[in-house]
Design a protein around this ligand. Structure first.
Ligand code: PEP
Ligand code: MN
Length: 342
């Protein structure tokens, strides 16, 4: 940590700060300048809040120099983490595409979705069964029955399964059906849930909250990892800004920033990120060009009649066209996209 004392801070104030820093476990290096005294603290960063020092008399500024997250930091694994599930490598050379309807609606709907996704080269069938709906009156999802349908359809088409977990009590039954547990944007700050997922030994797809900073997303990942579950996939899904044309503002720059700060695989969700079907494909292309390790795309066999999020769901032709385009873009950034039967 670095502490800058106010111009004219008294010797007593400086000594009180040094004493507090030592109490907190830091070794203090003092530099007395003509105008300011600067104190450098070397030591434990874990539970340290800069405000503790910043509020002391005579202190102008206190800053953390190391990052607040350790396990999620790039230093922890400088070459990057690859998470392997059933032969599919997340964070490897392949840009992995997970797709599916926002909500599992029926056996026929999820079967058709799985067929579309597998045929186009998708790897993961993603569908919501326990949905976080904006309105309390919207359809809530099929619950465990939906998870069963999801698993069966995915197995018929050789796909992995991802689905959103909303609360701790759902985790045990979800583990019977899914390969990846998704934490949605509304739950990114739910520390109870993150902690519980730290005990799980399956990968977590952690979506950025609409009003969360990149550092807050990494701190959420740290909560999961601190519990011993190192398999976290980060997902940029758009943030809330003053722009209203799109549902969220897709923060493409978060992708290279997360790669710089963290070793974890980074996915992008241009579906919720834009909320508009006609903008999903260009933002998906941009995400891959920016280095995304994978995409989450909402796909529905009949988007105009979807129970949820039809406005941004791609139909079969659009999804297939997107995958074709990605196969052209990926090689330009030294990546590949899975193709079927070619
Ligand atoms: C979803 O993935 O279906 C979803 C609800 O996304 P988000 O949590 O990003 O809004
Ligand atoms: Mn959705």
């Amino acid at each position: 940590m670095m502490v800058v004392m106010h111009e004219g801070a008294t010797e007593e104030q400086v000594e009180a700060v040094i004493e507090r820093m030592v109490e907190l476990g830091f070794t203090v290096h003092r530099s007395t300048g003509v105008v300011h005294t600067v104190l450098g603290g070397v030591g434990p960063m874990d539970n340290f809040e800069p405000e503790v020092i910043e509020m002391m008399s005579g202190v102008q500024e206190c800053r953390r120099i190391g990052s607040a997250y350790k396990l999620a930091s790039r230093h922890f694994n400088p070459h990057g983490t690859v998470i392997e599930i059933g032969g599919v490598r997340f964070g490897g050379e392949e840009v992995v595409v997970m797709a599916g309807p926002c909500s599992v609606e029926s056996e026929e709907q999820i079967e058709r979705a799985a067929a579309i996704i597998a045929a186009a080269g998708g790897r993961v069938l993603r569908g919501g069964s326990l949905k976080p709906r904006q309105s309390p009156y919207a359809k809530p999802g099929l619950g465990e029955a939906g998870l069963k349908l999801l698993r069966a359809a995915a197995d018929r088409h050789g796909l992995l399964v991802a689905s959103e977990v909303m609360e701790n009590s759902e985790i045990p039954s979800m583990l019977n059906y899914v390969d990846i547990l998704q934490v949605g944007s509304r739950n990114m700050v739910n520390v109870n849930l993150l902690r519980e997922l730290g005990k799980v030994r399956k990968p977590i797809l952690l979506k950025r909250g609409v009003a969360s900073t990149i550092e807050e997303l990494l701190m959420a990942a740290e909560h999961v990892m601190a519990g011993g579950n190192y398999q976290v996939i980060l997902c940029e899904r758009g943030i809330r800004t003053f722009e209203t044309y799109t549902r969220s503002t897709m923060d493409i720059s978060a992708i290279p920033i997360l790669h710089k700060l963290s070793h974890l695989p980074v996915f992008a969700d241009p579906s919720h990120g834009t909320g508009r079907r006609d903008k999903v494909i260009p933002m998906a292309r941009a995400a891959v060009a920016a280095g995304a390790d994978g995409l989450m795309i909402e796909v529905h066999p009949d988007p105009d009649h979807a129970h949820a999020d039809g406005a941004h769901a791609l139909n079969a032709e659009q999804f297939s066209e997107l995958m074709t385009q990605l196969r052209r873009i990926a090689p330009a950034v030294d990546r590949t996209v899975h193709s079927v039967g070619i």
